[in-house]
Design a binder for this molecule. Structure first.
Ligand SMILES: Nc1ncnc2c1ncn2[C@@H]1O[C@H](COP(=O)(O)OP(=O)(O)OP(=O)(O)O)[C@@H](O)[C@H]1O
Ligand SMILES: [Mg+2]
Length: 479
């Protein structure tokens, strides 16, 4: 900061003695300072308020209010409290100097005045005063700057918050869009999978249906004709007990007694087999009902049974495991308004998963038995190996909540916490490539929740098994 040798300033001299006033004024006239004068305390206060001088030279002993009192009032007044006051006193007693300083004066000069001293003190205090003023201005500028910066910062913070919120909104919109896309993909795949599979099954079932019905229809005639022929032969035997040698030979050759006994049995087992074939075709046609946009009152037990019949080949014993047992615990369930095709697909997905889980538990048990032959030898794993795979299907109605409940429980491998948590991800699978697409549960959940307004949930323990529970409202809430 550049401090001039002689500061500019306005000096107020307060003294009741005109001689003193004159001496001082003359002494200071050449300094360039503006000189104001007052002859008493009241005058000094009025002038100070009005002209706001840079320094007040204040006499102590004055008629009316004395210098100390004037000083006190000036210091209490917000307009004048900052003006430096220098006392002028003939008193050189320390107490008076201390009193003056304690009242807020910055300095004192003693009478008679030493010109050089007065000048030096005023100069110093003017410098201090100007510096203080500059500092104050600077301070105010700084404060303003800080306030401006704070305002900018607040604005920035607000903008950042707005931006963050927008990013958050956008992210959630995007993730929603992604979810929708994945769901749409799942639906598309489901539709495609179903339509191709459905068409194939429906086509095959249709083609097989006619010849099977033809065989079935003719088998009853065949049975009747056979019986007639046997009756006729027996009549011949009765009336012609001694036939020609050639006939005797043929009778021995074909072991006629066994043939008569066995032929009806063969016809009957052919009838049973064909009947079963017809049932299977009925199941296939029932399962692949294409129209999934119409709600119909259906017997869910029939849907489950058809699905089981189609899965029959997977339940049978094989080289890896014993037969999977199906325990049906069907309650009394009314016809339920459902989309039959999609609902059958859910049964198929859950039952196929249950079979997979049981097969996997056999593999795991076999592996651990192979890895720990000692334990296996102790019979621990061998006994569990003999545990048959079991799928329990329970149905019923929860009257209070007005829902049909279908539980499908298996004693398979079960699920770990991690698997359970990841089930909501479409295409999540623990099965090898080619075996699982990871779509079964997402599709099933979509069918139950979105199409039927129901719920699908599960309970599972690793090594113990899994239970899926489907709940479908009895009152129509279907899509
Ligand atoms: N009953 C169950 N017991 C144990 N784990 C199961 C069971 N059901 C499903 N899981 C687990 O959930 C995963 C996802 O099942 P989901 O049916 O969706 O697909 P996936 O069976 O792997 O393939 P797919 O599309 O052929 O059905 C399975 O890979 C399996 O890890
Ligand atoms: Mg599956």
């Amino acid at each position: 900061m550049n401090i001039p040798v002689l500061e500019k300033g306005v000096i107020l001299i307060v003294d009741d003695n005109p001689h003193n006033l004159e001496v001082l004024s003359e002494a200071l006239i050449d300094t360039g300072w503006e000189i104001l004068i007052a002859v008493n305390g009241e005058g000094a206060i009025a002038q100070a308020e009005y002209a706001c001088p840079d320094i007040i030279l204040l006499d102590v002993m004055m008629p009316g209010i004395d210098g100390f009192t004037a000083c006190q009032r000036l210091k209490l007044n917000p307009l004048t409290c900052d003006i430096p006051i220098i006392f002028m006193t003939a008193l050189s007693e320390t107490v008076d100097k201390v009193k003056g300083l304690s009242l807020g004066a910055v300095d004192y000069i003693t009478k008679p005045f030493e010109y050089e001293e007065v000048l030096a003190r005023i100069k110093t205090h003017l410098q201090i005063r100007n510096l203080t003023k500059e500092l104050k201005t600077h301070n105010q500028q700084l404060k303003q700057e800080i306030a401006d910066r704070l305002a900018v910062e607040t604005k920035l913070e607000k903008l950042t918050q707005e931006l963050e919120q927008r990013v958050e909104e956008r992210t959630s919109q995007l993730s929603q869009a992604l979810d929708n896309l994945q769901q749409a993909q799942v639906s598309l795949i489901q539709q495609e999978k179903m339509s191709t599979l459905g068409e194939l099954i429906a086509g095959i079932a249709h083609e097989i249906n006619n010849p099977v019905n033809f065989i079935l229809g003719n088998l009853s005639h065949a049975s009747e004709y056979t019986q007639n022929l046997i009756d006729l032969f027996q009549l011949y035997q009765q009336y012609y007990p001694n036939p020609e040698v050639e006939i005797e030979q043929k009778i021995d050759e074909i072991d006629i007694d066994f043939l008569i006994q066995d032929f009806p049995k063969i016809i009957s087992s052919m009838y049973k087999g064909t009947k079963r074939l017809a049932q299977m075709i009925y199941s296939l046609r029932h399962f692949s009902r294409r129209d999934d946009s119409v709600v119909e009152p259906i017997d869910i037990h029939e849907g489950i049974d058809c699905t089981l019949l189609i899965l029959q080949y997977r339940l049978k014993a094989n080289s890896e495991r014993t037969e999977i047992q199906i325990i049906k615990d069907y309650g009394t369930v009314p016809l339920v308004e459902c989309f039959p095709g999609p609902l059958n697909q859910v049964f198929m997905n859950l039952l196929a998963n249950a079979i997979d889980a049981i097969e996997e538990s056999f593999v795991t048990r076999r592996n651990s038995a192979a890895n720990f032959p000692k334990i296996a030898a102790s019979g621990v794993h061998l006994s569990s190996l003999q545990n048959n795979g079991q799928i329990t299907i329970r149905t019923g109605v929860d009257e209070q909540r007005s829902v049909v409940v279908i539980q499908i429980a298996d004693n398979g491998i079960g699920m770990t916490e991690e698997v359970k948590q990841r089930l909501s991800e479409p295409m999540f699978t623990t099965k090898p490539v080619g075996k699982g697409t990871g779509l079964g549960l997402s599709i099933s959940r979509q069918i139950i929740e979105e199409k039927h307004g129901g719920t699908l949930w599960l309970v599972s323990e690793p090594g113990q098994g899994t239970e899926f529970c489907i709940e479908i409202p009895l009152l129509s809430q279907k899509a």
